[in-house]
Unconditional design. Structure first.
Lengths: 260, 683
């Protein structure tokens, strides 16, 4: 049976349709494998070659990937939530109630979105700690560290803007306090607050602004920086391995020579 | 054990070494986790109740009908205009099934009969709770910001009061609460604004204390302050829980602050003449119908009489005789706003009635009150206490201005969030429970609270709580066309000399004219169209009762002939119904066969004798006025139009509208006009 299945698979992969989509073709040579990665729009951000050891849990604890995973969950559940939610003062709160009480699995959807958001913030921090204490931010990866910091800020802003959308007392006062903190910025403080709220009070304009920020502007920015972030991993020499760093390598060889 | 564990971990490690296997296992776990969501939906509470309902109706005789009416899934009443999204019927499936009214098991009972349709207002506007919720706890007990828990049924009438601002037949508790809020002067200290922007007005009449030393003694003031109920069981003055020293200081201040009244004072000596005949006093008290307004305890300890004026059981302990006599002569001299009329008694009658009223006393009352003369420091302290307790919110006190908004504004008290309330330990955490306790024992929340305690029974406390709960945010947010406004009191005042006479007599304490006045006695707005002038003149000379069933009657006012004639002329000429002419039908001269036809209609077709009496020997009706002399009392055209549509001439009368033909009404009018005083009438 497996033999038969394999032969069907082989036939499929050699068919014209398959070949027009996956141009690298079937094969196990290094070139084939490299092309499979490089010629795929989704995968070409990643390096064509990875050390097998780096795929183990111990190397990264998968923290970056998990952060990306929560982000994907957030995008999917967020889009589904948008189907039920109106960012308007009379409807916002009752839409959240509808999600809780009347929409099929609506509460699950909402809770998944909420817990994923919490998880994403936690994972992003964990990822950064790991990178920091491993020293993986050092040259040539300084720029990707900066991109990572921007991504952390975007994550926090997404979290904050989403807080207002249920339009309950907690949301209202959290945003009131938050924007008042922003107004403490010297010189520009009140302008920043006005810009954020679209007025001087947390009201319909603020709700709309936070909705647009939360569902359009910040996610698009996050996509952009994520693309750069992944692409830079490849450009900066793949995942960080201490032993492969030039300084460590040189030192190690000299130590080995000494011991000889 | 150790080895077993290590071997388990070793085998797990071996298992996980194959990435495909790990991927497969993780995928299966994820899939299982994902099925939790739809499963939770399927096993949700409301699904359970709907399944339970279907099982419940299976064994009933009306199962087929009920099953046909049943619709599965979330059910909701949606009224965007009122902001109603009520999903209560998702679980309360049989709410509109009349045949389920006897079901004890909630949530399947049918709703009892109600004045509004379910689809008209939904559930939450009356019952509170969270209408959008589909779980028992969230729907009934949520207290999160903005959500209200279900209103206990004993306070449900408060919800009617959100739109209906006048008394309703079906809401005795709310009506009582409204009357009490005004009658006990709650709204002197607490502002209560209604949705139409008007403020609730007090209907009590707190006496001015400007000349209180003329009226009573410091000892009585002290005893009254300590416990008003000890003096009179019906006292509307609340108990401030004053210490002996504080009560003594306040009484000292009030006495020191009092100025002698100007004008009508009567020498003390005049009250000490020969002892008036006690029976004369009792009969004067009786024929003046003092008891229509004033109550007094009888020998059996029962309170008898009206509640418009203060209770007189121990009045002899309170007032000074010379003050009482001056008061009886002209009450408006002492208190211009008093509802008490001027009786125009002769000096001899004044002496008799004063002696009779002074005799209403209790030798035990105040027997132990002995006050030392007050020092200036005590008087000053008394004034400070008067300011602190806001006495001037109700009473006029010289030198102490009326404080504005002395108590908290209660305009939206019915929607106050639970998080803003401070509860006593062990107390139920709900707004109705808080209000109830606050009314019952205001000082239980702390000795620093100034609110006094009223002597209310459980029913009265619940009535006031119900009233307060009706002042909700929703009552302001509902569309204006739903508001049923209260009947506004006009400021009608009759003009001229006759008008002054009516003011002196305080006709408006009992009678209502052109939208102004009390409701104890008939509305006189169209009295001139209704009655005949000679009858009115005779009635004012010696008021006799028209309704045998009534205890409260019009008192005798001792008019001079000129005064009586002036009043009669004024009423006959001014208080006319604009819809028809008084004299469009004759008073006499009806054809005998028409009268006979009227008699038959009276006794057979309309059976008027069940409520009215024409022939006292035969008829037994006593609900309506006696009609033996109605032909001398009422005008023919009034009778005719009244028979055609009683409610048009006397709104709210129990007289049924029989939708009589013109001929029937004319025949009955002819028959009734034949019932004249002095004539044999129906006999």
């Amino acid at each position: 049976m497996p033999g038969t299945f394999a032969s069907y698979l082989e036939k499929l992969e050699n068919s014209r349709v398959w070949r027009s989509i996956f141009r690298s073709g079937r094969g196990t040579s290094t070139l084939h494998n490299a092309l499979a990665i490089q010629q795929n729009v989704f995968l070409h951000l990643f390096p064509t070659k990875v050390r097998k050891r780096m795929l183990g849990l111990g190397a990264t604890w998968y923290l970056g990937t998990l952060t990306l995973g929560t982000f994907i969950v957030l995008v999917v559940t967020g889009v589904l939530l948008m189907l039920y939610y109106h960012p308007s003062v009379p409807l916002a709160y009752s839409d959240v109630k509808d999600l809780q009480f009347a929409v099929s699995s609506g509460l699950f959807l909402r809770n998944l979105h909420r817990w994923s958001a919490h998880a994403m913030v936690f994972l992003a921090f964990a990822h950064m700690f790991r990178v920091f204490y491993r020293g993986a931010y050092r040259a040539p990866r300084e720029f990707n560290w900066v991109v990572g910091v921007v991504l952390l800020l975007l994550t926090l802003l997404l979290s904050y803007t989403g807080y207002l959308l249920p339009w309950d007392q907690l949301a209202f006062w959290a945003i009131t306090v938050g924007t008042n903190i922003a107004s403490a910025v010297p010189l520009l403080g009140d302008k920043i607050r006005f810009l954020l709220l679209g007025g001087n009070l947390v009201n319909a304009n603020a709700l709309l602004r936070f909705y647009v920020l939360h569902t359009v502007i910040l996610p698009l920015a996050a996509f952009l920086f994520l693309a750069v972030h992944f692409w830079r991993i490849r450009k900066d020499g793949g995942l960080y391995v201490r032993e492969s760093e030039p300084g460590v390598k040189a030192k190690k060889t000299s130590e080995e020579q000494e011991s000889l | 054990m150790q080895t077993k564990n290590t071997s388990f971990i070793a085998s797990l490690k071996a298992f996980l070494r194959d990435p495909y296997r790990v991927f497969g296992v993780v995928s299966v776990i994820l899939l299982l986790l994902l099925t939790i969501a739809p499963a939770k939906d399927y096993f949700s509470e409301w699904h359970g109740f709907q399944r339970q309902y279907l099982r419940f109706i299976t064994n009933r005789g009306d199962a087929v009908t009920l099953r046909r009416h049943f619709e599965g899934g979330i059910q909701q009443i949606w009224i965007p205009k009122l902001g109603v999204v009520d999903r209560c019927q998702t679980c309360h499936v049989g709410l509109t099934e009349a045949s389920l009214y006897d079901v004890k098991e909630q949530p399947f009972r049918a709703h009892p009969a109600m004045p509004h349709k379910l689809t008209e207002f939904g559930c939450v506007i009356c019952h509170r709770g969270q209408g959008a919720a589909t779980t028992v706890k969230e729907a009934h007990a949520s207290e999160m910001a903005g959500e209200e828990p279900i209103l206990p049924t004993k306070y449900i009438e408060s919800s009617c009061g959100q739109c209906h601002h006048s008394a309703l037949e079906g809401t005795p508790k709310l009506n009582l609460g409204r009357v009490m809020l005004s009658r006990y002067g709650c709204v002197h200290c607490h502002t209560v604004t209604l949705p139409d922007g008007s403020k609730m007005q007090a209907t009590d009449d707190p006496p001015p204390l400007t000349h209180i030393a003329d009226k009573t003694t410091r000892e009585w003031v002290y005893a009254w302050l300590k416990d008003p109920v000890a003096y009179s069981a019906t006292a509307t003055m609340p108990n401030f829980n004053l210490s002996d020293a504080d009560a003594s200081d306040i009484s000292a201040f009030l006495m020191a602050n009092s100025k002698p009244g100007v004008g009508d004072t009567m020498a003390v000596a005049e009250t000490h003449g020969p002892a008036p005949d006690p029976t004369a006093g009792a009969s004067l008290y009786g024929e003046s119908f003092c008891a229509s307004c004033h109550a007094a305890q009888n020998a059996a300890g029962n309170l008898v009489g009206g509640d418009l004026g203060p209770e007189l059981t121990r009045v002899g302990n309170k007032v000074k005789p010379q003050w009482l006599m001056a008061w009886m002569r002209n009450p408006q001299k002492y208190d211009p706003n008093t509802p008490m009329p001027q009786y125009r008694w002769s000096d001899a009658q004044l002496k008799t009635i004063t002696a009779f009223v002074m005799n209403k006393s209790d030798s035990d009352y105040m027997a132990n009150v002995h006050l030392q003369p007050a020092t200036p420091a005590q008087i000053a302290h008394g004034k400070a206490l008067v300011v602190e307790y806001g006495c001037a919110s109700c009473h006029e006190i010289a030198g102490v201005p009326k404080p504005d908004n002395f108590g908290p504004d209660l305009t939206r008290i019915g929607s106050k969030p639970v998080v803003q309330l401070v509860f006593l330990p062990g107390m139920e955490h709900s707004l109705p429970a808080y209000l109830n306790q606050k009314i019952r024992q205001p000082r239980s929340f702390g000795s620093s609270f100034r609110m006094p305690r009223y002597n209310f029974n459980t029913n009265q406390v619940e009535a006031v709580t119900t009233e307060l709960l009706s002042h909700t945010d929703r009552s302001f947010d509902l569309p204006a066309e739903l508001q049923v406004p209260t009947v506004r009191e006009t400021n009608y005042q009759p003009a001229g000399h006759a008008g002054q006479l009516m003011t002196d007599l305080n006709c408006f304490s009992c009678h209502r004219i052109n939208g102004h006045g009390g409701d104890m006695a008939p509305d006189l707005s169209w009295e001139g169209t209704s009655v005949q002038s000679p009858w009115l003149d005779e009635f004012l000379k010696n008021p006799n009762t028209l309704r045998p069933a009534l205890i409260r009657r019009m008192p005798k006012f001792n008019f001079t002939d000129a005064e009586r004639k002036e009043l009669t002329d004024y009423i006959m000429n001014v208080y006319q119904n604009p819809a028809f002419l008084r004299d469009e039908m004759p008073a006499t001269g009806y054809a005998p066969d028409l009268v006979e036809k009227g008699r038959q209609l009276f006794y057979s077709k309309y059976a008027c004798q069940s409520c009215h009496m024409v022939n006292p020997d035969v008829d037994k009706g006593y609900i309506g006025p006696t009609l033996t002399k109605v032909g001398s009392r009422l005008n023919a055209s009034w009778i005719y139009h009244y028979l055609k549509d009683p409610q048009a001439l006397r709104p709210g009368t129990v007289e049924p509208n029989q939708h009589m033909s013109d001929d029937d009404a004319r025949a009955l009018t002819a028959f009734l006009m034949m019932q004249k005083s002095g004539s044999k009438g129906a006999k």
